[in-house]
Design a protein around this ligand. Structure first.
Ligand SMILES: C[S@@+](CC[C@H](N)C(=O)[O-])C[C@H]1O[C@@H](n2cnc3c(N)ncnc32)[C@H](O)[C@@H]1O
Length: 248
């Protein structure tokens, strides 16, 4: 099954594609948006829920989102119209690393999308290139709550090598950033995210038993649930950091 279609079905009932509750998303946005007339850029925006919420709440804000998934961006366009913010949202279908803009942004977001650049450090470097002086970066990435079993580490090892929380913050500060706020996802938020992910996909498969992808979807659910419950549950953390440049 196409990974993007699978992901859209799995994320259907969760506020964002990361282990963050509605309240956490709102609180982080409240901290990130200071004046209410900021220009925001989301690198790997997905369903662009962060931007849509910010635009709805702050009528003078402008936003741009970048993603490689054209079907998702089509849905975002419809949703932006439905929510009355389409005239203040620009969407770019391209790899985030290829996005350029003549103007800089007051807020640059990248939540659950650091793989677009090959890791957290590279994502921060890219974010800085788009950031206006005094601007803020909202970046969300995984970290290890505790040392995982070797098999789990191997299963989840991607382009980036995650550190523990302290190591993640060390990396960020050594790179010239100061956390001015952050949210560490709770186990409840992780559980809600994973139950929603597996549950939404399972529900879709059960609702479409004759669809050619239904059986495969149920198999993916079963595998994903086992990897989570028998593997990374409680070991994998997620932190969303609000950052400013330490100097300059
Ligand atoms: C886990 S989702 C997070 C979406 C969103 N940031 C959120 O918090 O809901 C990751 C997103 O990154 C996008 N993505 C992956 N690689 C990318 C790349 N190289 N350039 C732009 N977007 C990318 C995917 O299509 C997906 O929408």
């Amino acid at each position: 099954m196409d990974r993007r279609r699978l992901s859209a079905r799995a994320h259907a009932h969760h506020p964002v594609a990361a282990p963050l509750s509605d309240t956490s998303v709102r609180r982080l946005l409240d901290r990130a948006v200071v004046r209410g007339d900021e220009r925001a850029l989301d690198l790997g925006c997905g369903e662009a829920e962060w931007l849509l919420r910010a635009l709805e709440r702050h009528p003078r804000m402008l936003a741009e989102g970048v993603d490689i998934d054209s079907e998702t961006l089509d849905r975002v366009r419809d949703e932006a119209v439905r929510r009355g913010v389409a005239d203040r949202l620009a969407l770019h279908h391209m790899p985030a690393a290829e996005f350029t803009s003549a103007r800089s942004f007051d807020i640059v977001l990248s939540v659950g999308a650091t793989h677009a650049y090959g890791g957290l450090r590279q994502t921060l470097t890219a974010a800085q290139e788009h950031l206006a002086p005094g601007g803020r970066v909202l970046v969300g990435d995984a970290f290890w709550e505790r040392e995982p079993h070797a098999a789990v580490r191997e299963l989840l090892s991607g382009p980036s090598e995650w550190a523990d929380l302290a190591g993640t913050v060390d990396l960020v500060t050594a790179d010239g950033w100061t956390p001015v706020h952050a949210h560490t996802s709770t186990l409840d938020e992780w559980d809600d995210y994973e139950w929603s992910w597996t549950g939404s996909l399972a529900q879709w498969a059960l609702d479409h038993p004759d669809h050619p992808e239904a059986q495969e979807a149920l198999k993916v659910v079963e595998e994903h649930r086992a990897e989570w419950l028998r593997g990374y549950r409680g070991a994998l953390g997620f932190v969303t950091l609000l950052l400013r440049r330490t100097a300059g």
